[in-house]
Write a protein that binds this ligand. Structure first.
Ligand SMILES: NC(=O)CC[C@H](N)C(=O)O
Length: 358
C-alpha cells in the first residue's frame, strides 16, 4: 500500500484544505492562482511567469501523460518552456500514479521532487477555485504536519530579475536581427522567431541594448507586478523614440504600455487558461487564446498616439495595444501558446513583416 504524507494548504483568509503529498516535502508560501486548461502541465510548470505562485489546476486528473524527455534543440529545451520548474507549488484533485505517453520519461511526482516543488492531491479544487474567484487570488502556504511558515507575497519583489537570463545569448544566424528582452521568456517565443528565420539576441531584463546591431525588439512575458520592472521600461522608452518595430507578449504588453505612459493594475483573479476570447479592435474577428496573467493595462490611461488592439470578450479588459502610426504592438495573451491554441501565431509573421517593411 502506497504511503503518502498529509499536508495542508492554508489561505490567507483562514481557509484550510488538507491533501496528500506527491511532490517534494518542502513547505512553501506564495500567491495561489487557478488555471483552467485541460492539458499542458509540462509547459505551465516550466513557464517562468509562474514564479512565486502556487498553481491550482481545475482540470481534475493530472499526471496521466507523465513528463517529456529533456531533449534540446537550437540551444533550448525542446519540450519545456525554460530550463527548470518555476511554480512554487502544485495543487490538484486527482493524481494519476500511472502515466503513459510516447515521449514520457518520468512521472510528474518525480519531476516535482527533482526540482523541490511540493504538490498536493486529493484537494477539492472546485471549492478552492470558487473561493479564489469570489475573493480573488490570495496568498497561501503549504505545510507538512507541525511545520509552520509565514505567508509570502511574491508580487512585492522584482521577480523578473530572478527569472531573466544573466548573460546575453544569441540563437540562429538569419535575418532579421531581433533583440529579445528576457523578462522570463518562454522558449516557444524563441522557437517562433527562429522558425521565421530571425537571429535572436536574448538579453537580460535590465540590459542596455542601444549599442546592439538589431532590426526589431521583442519584449517577453515574465512574472510578477510590471511596476517592479522600471529599468526595462526605461530601456523600452528609449526605443520608442525611434521607429524600429517592437512586439511584446503578456508582461511585454504591460511594460510597453508603461513605457508609453499608461498604467497597469492587478486583476481580481487573472486569466489562466486556453480558451480566453479576444476581439481584434476595429473588426469582428474573435480569437481563442492561451493566457496566464494577473495584471492588466488600463485602457483609459493610454496616451493619444496609442490604442487598444485587442479586448477580452469575457470581462472587457485589455488584451493588447498598438501605436497609431509606428510599428509597435503587443498582446496580453500568448500567440506562442505552448500550451494552448496556436490561432494567433500569425502575429509573429506580422512582426517580421513590419521589420522587413521598415
Ligand atoms: N505571463 C506573463 O507574462 C504574466 C505577466 C504578469 N506577471 C502578470 O501576471 O500579469
Amino acid at each position: 500500500m502506497l504511503q503518502v504524507r498529509q499536508a495542508k494548504l492554508t489561505l490567507e483568509d483562514g481557509n484550510v484544505f488538507v491533501g496528500k503529498s506527491f511532490g517534494s516535502e518542502k513547505p512553501v508560501a506564495g500567491e495561489v492562482v487557478f488555471y483552467t486548461g485541460m492539458t499542458g502541465y509540462p509547459e505551465s510548470l516550466t513557464d517562468p511567469s509562474y514564479t512565486g505562485q502556487i498553481l491550482v489546476s481545475t482540470y481534475p486528473m493530472i499526471g496521466n501523460y507523465g513528463v517529456p524527455a529533456g531533449a534540446t534543440e537550437n540551444g533550448i529545451h525542446k519540450y519545456f518552456e525554460s530550463h527548470k520548474l518555476h511554480i512554487s507549488g502544485l495543487i490538484i484533485s486527482d493524481y494519476s500514479f500511472e502515466f503513459s505517453h510516447w515521449n514520457a520519461e518520468k512521472s510528474l511526482s518525480d519531476w516535482l521532487k527533482e526540482y523541490e516543488v511540493p504538490g498536493l492531491f486529493d484537494i477539492d479544487t472546485r471549492a478552492l477555485t470558487k473561493i479564489l474567484r469570489e475573493k480573488g487570488s490570495m496568498l497561501g502556504k503549504i505545510e507538512f504536519e507541525d511545520e509552520k511558515i509565514d505567508f509570502y507575497d511574491p508580487n512585492k519583489e522584482n521577480l523578473v530579475a530572478r527569472a531573466s537570463c544573466t548573460q546575453r545569448e544569441v540563437y540562429g544566424n538569419g535575418n532579421p536581427r531581433v533583440v529579445l528582452i528576457d523578462c522570463g521568456v518562454k522558449n516557444n517565443i524563441i522557437r517562433c522567431l527562429l522558425k521565421r528565420g530571425a537571429t535572436v539576441i536574448r538579453v537580460p531584463w535590465d540590459y542596455d541594448f542601444s549599442n546592439e546591431d538589431y532590426d526589431g525588439v521583442f519584449i517577453s512575458n515574465g512574472p510578477g507586478d510590471p511596476a517592479m520592472c522600471t529599468e526595462t521600461v526605461d530601456n523600452i522608452r528609449k526605443t520608442l523614440t525611434g521607429s524600429k518595430p517592437v512586439m511584446g507578449i503578456c508582461l511585454g504588453n504591460q511594460l510597453l504600455a508603461r513605457a508609453a505612459g499608461a498604467n497597469t493594475y492587478k486583476l481580481k483573479y487573472g486569466h489562466r487558461s486556453h480558451n480566453q476570447p479576444v476581439l481584434l479592435r476595429g473588426t469582428e474577428r474573435c480569437f481563442i487564446t492561451s493566457q496566464n496573467h494577473g495584471y492588466a493595462v488600463a485602457d483609459e490611461t493610454l496616451p493619444e498616439d496609442w490604442e487598444p488592439m485587442f479586448t477580452n470578450v469575457n470581462d472587457n479588459t485589455n488584451e493588447g495595444i498598438r501605436h497609431k502610426t509606428k510599428p509597435f504592438f503587443s498582446t496580453q495573451f500568448h500567440p506562442e501558446a505552448s500550451s494552448g491554441p496556436t490561432d494567433t501565431e500569425f502575429l509573429f509573421d506580422d512582426f517580421i513583416d513590419k521589420i522587413k517593411n521598415a
